[in-house]
Write a protein that binds this ligand. Structure first.
Ligand code: NAP
Length: 337
């Protein structure tokens, strides 16, 4: 079966997902697109064989020829489109965030629980990265004892001046927040945010480098350095310290060249290069699940937990204190994941 996918929002990542659905993966075709900018959507549709242009996301979701929907529009629009997909009984892949407020995430959870089956997958692609999967396997292999602490670093070469201090938590640390829950099969109990001296590259009044400290319910600690103007490259690090050993993310790609008394390797330019295979795997697993008539991957519960985590992180950033995480009870639909 070929899954007919409709894409809402054909900006930067929407176009990248259309490329992978069209040219890289198997089992799906992009059959319709829409965007707030209809001219942009028309250009994208013209480039695809037989793809329809819809005037609104709602029209695209209601199109009977569309089997499943990808939501890659601006974050504040996600709730409306995800709820409409649930109402239409269609599988939906929603880029992070699931929604921008906890209340909106809860409305999605309530709608999915009422529908009685999972229809939502949230785009936390690090879970599909080979290196992270190998790290998780090593941590849970039983060979190095129970995990105690994870050191993580999330460094971007640079961000535009419009990238605010809050975005370090909401747009960057959100990936580490999801990753920590996935890595340790656990919820976050409390969040603190520490600030070193301000970098000269940080915007006035903002810190650039932040240390986000996550206390997992089991007691495992996760310290995440988030540094968005690190200059030298895109560098993602992770080391889990366990009772009898440690496991560390391997460098992602390429060769280490030794010559003239030095050694050197290449760093990815940005997250697209670092996680390109993870995005491919993430989408292939989603297509396979949709074709088989079920859902997979990070759920609406995971999307809700990430938004609770970033809200708690923002409060910790503002107050300078340790902020406990408060979450609603996990509905049965999401138990055992
Ligand atoms: P973008 O380039 O701004 O693209 C968003 C597109 O959605 C724009 O073309 C925008 O049109 C359109 N849009 C806005 N409101 C709409 C509506 N109501 N109906 C239809 N289209 C609408 O943003 P992006 O960087 O692609 O990000 C999109 C989403 O992906 C965000 O939620 C972001 O957080 C997420 N993302 C995730 C990752 C990841 O690592 N997983 C990476 C990047 C982005 P206008 O420009 O005319 O407003």
């Amino acid at each position: 079966m070929t899954v007919n996918v409709g894409v809402i929002g054909v900006g930067m990542i929407g176009q990248d997902h259309i490329r992978r659905l069209t040219h890289v993966l198997s089992g799906a075709r992009v059959a319709a697109v829409t965007d707030a900018d209809l001219d942009r959507a028309q250009v994208v549709a013209d480039d695809l064989s037989g793809a329809r242009l819809h005037r609104t996301g709602q029209d695209l979701i209601n199109d009977p020829e569309i089997d499943a929907v990808v939501v890659t529009s601006w974050g504040p629009t996600h709730e409306e489109f995800v709820l409409a997909c649930i109402a239409a009984g269609k599988q939906v892949f929603c880029e992070k965030p699931l929604a921008t407020t906890q209340d909106a995430c809860e409305r999605i959870i309530d709608a999915e629980v009422a529908a009685g089956r999972r229809l939502v997958m949230v785009g936390f692609m690090r879970r599909y990265d080979d290196a992270y999967r190998a790290l998780k396997e090593a941590v849970h292999s039983g060979d190095i004892g129970a995990p105690l602490l994870m050191h993580a670093a999330h460094r971007n070469p640079s961000v535009p001046p419009t990238f605010t201090g809050d975005m370090i938590v909401v747009d960057s640390a959100v990936h580490d927040i999801d990753l920590a829950r996935w890595m340790f099969h656990d919820e976050i109990a409390a969040v603190s945010v520490l600030k070193p001296r301000a970098s000269r590259k940080a915007a006035e009044g903002d810190n650039d480098l932040l240390v986000v400290l996550l206390e997992m319910a089991s007691g495992v600690l996760v310290d995440v350095e988030v540094y968005v103007n690190a200059s030298y490259g895109y560098d993602i690090r992770g080391e889990v310290v366990c009772e009898d050993g440690t496991a560390e993310l391997s460098e992602s790609t390429g060769a280490i060249v030794k010559s003239g008394g030095r050694y050197a390797g290449r760093l990815p330019a940005d997250w697209r290069e670092r996680f390109v295979r993870a995005f491919d795997t993430e989408f292939q697993e989603w297509i396979n699940a949709v074709a088989a008539g079920h859902s997979t991957g990070p759920s609406a519960w995971d999307g809700y937990a990430a938004t609770v985590g970033t809200d708690t992180g923002l409060e910790a950033l503002r107050t300078g204190g340790r902020v406990p995480v408060t979450m609603r009870e996990r509905p049965d639909l999401y138990k055992g994941e």
